[in-house]
Write a protein of this length. Structure first.
Length: 367
């Protein structure tokens, strides 16, 4: 039997992928949901550690442990605070107010009738409202702010690397001939300091933006799992997996022009189109599958379903490109080595993190 060190990257990838699928499905359908959300919160904390080690390399080592620990504690606290809503997510808002306010003694019990008369009866709970607000924020970020970052980085990197006056000179040595006029690659330009401006300008954005988006992904996943059920969450993830698979095989087979060469050199336009077709087809098929995410979209016509599939697939591509963008700035191949053959957890969930809040916004809009 071969040692682990002798396994090829493909063998490690297949084994790790199989184990991840089995573990994920077992947790999703057989583990009590409160325990599942605790495990899920721990995974999100690990992703925050991956993000931290990529974007903030000059901080002390204890900070790398402190931040994920605080993230995990904060998410567990929110789970406890949200528990009243999670176990009764579609109760009218006045009943939720009574459940939360009256036992806490915030107002006298006699004033609860006044609250009921002021707050209109609605099918939206407070938890729905919180999810909706954060989903809007994340959707604007993925559809506006992230493309701006990617375009800015691409144009600035091209202007520096393609400019003939970006050169370096190295001194002659005994075993190397003198090299003059060598153009800088994007990586070298960052190291030599010629592309410091965008790196400094985006430092705070790359520090804060992923953490906010990661929190909204966590919140949205809780909503899908508790309000719509495990199959709704799984069907949404399948959309992303099929889009990624279609993009990979389509791009490998067809080739052609690169999609974003300065961000992710291996991605092609043909691959993106194949991924788009795969994602849209799954949206159309799953629209007719009971309890799937798309089955809860009460769309007035088939065109809306197709357009939603296009938007979700495009956002999944943006999520992949955004992580590649951060890894390129950080000059790392993978977010971590936690998953042999796959890199890190963020490498596997980058597109899902992007798609979840946009899908939730569509769900709340069309419900």
């Amino acid at each position: 039997m071969k040692k682990w060190s002798e396994w090829s990257s493909l063998e490690k990838r297949l084994l790790t992928g199989t184990v991840m699928i089995v573990v994920f499905l077992s947790l999703l359908f057989f583990v009590p949901r409160m325990y599942l959300l605790g495990i899920f919160s721990f995974v999100v904390a690990l992703i925050s550690w991956e993000w931290l080690r990529m974007t903030q390399k000059d901080i002390s080592k204890w900070f790398y442990l402190l931040v994920p620990t605080l993230v995990f504690a904060f998410l567990c606290l929110l789970l406890w605070l949200f528990s009243a809503y999670l176990f009764d997510p579609v109760a009218p808002s006045h009943e939720l107010l009574q459940k939360v306010i009256e036992p806490a003694g915030v107002v006298p019990a006699a004033d609860v009738k006044t609250i009921k008369s002021v707050v209109p009866v609605t099918t939206w709970s407070l938890f729905d409202v919180v999810v909706f607000v954060f989903s809007v924020m994340a959707t604007v970020t993925w559809l506006v702010w992230v493309p701006i970052q990617l375009i800015f980085f691409r144009n600035y990197a091209q202007s520096k690397t393609e400019n003939s006056d970006v050169v370096i000179e190295t001194e002659a040595s005994d075993d190397l001939e003198q090299v003059a006029g060598e153009k800088l690659s994007t990586k070298d330009a960052f190291e030599e300091g010629s592309i410091q401006e965008p790196k400094k300008a985006m430092q705070w954005a790359t520090f804060a933006t992923p953490m906010v988006l990661l929190f909204i992904f966590w919140l949205g996943s809780i909503y899908l799992l508790y309000v719509k059920g495990p199959w709704a969450l799984l069907s949404l993830w399948i959309l992303v997996w099929l889009a990624d698979t279609g993009a990979y095989f389509g791009g490998s087979y067809l080739g052609g022009p690169k999609l974003a060469p300065n961000v992710s050199p291996n991605k092609t336009i043909s691959g993106a189109l194949c991924g788009l077709i795969s994602g849209v087809l799954w949206c159309v098929v799953s629209y007719y599958l009971p309890y799937s995410f798309m089955s809860y979209i009460h769309s007035p016509n088939a065109l809306s379903v197709v357009l939603l599939g296009v938007v979700l697939t495009v956002v999944s591509i943006l999520g992949d490109l955004y992580e590649s963008h951060i890894k390129r700035i950080a000059d790392v191949k993978d977010s971590s080595g936690l998953l042999p053959g796959h890199g890190g957890i963020w490498d596997r969930l980058d597109s899902i993190i992007a798609v979840t809040p946009v899908a939730l916004l569509a769900l709340l809009w069309f419900i």
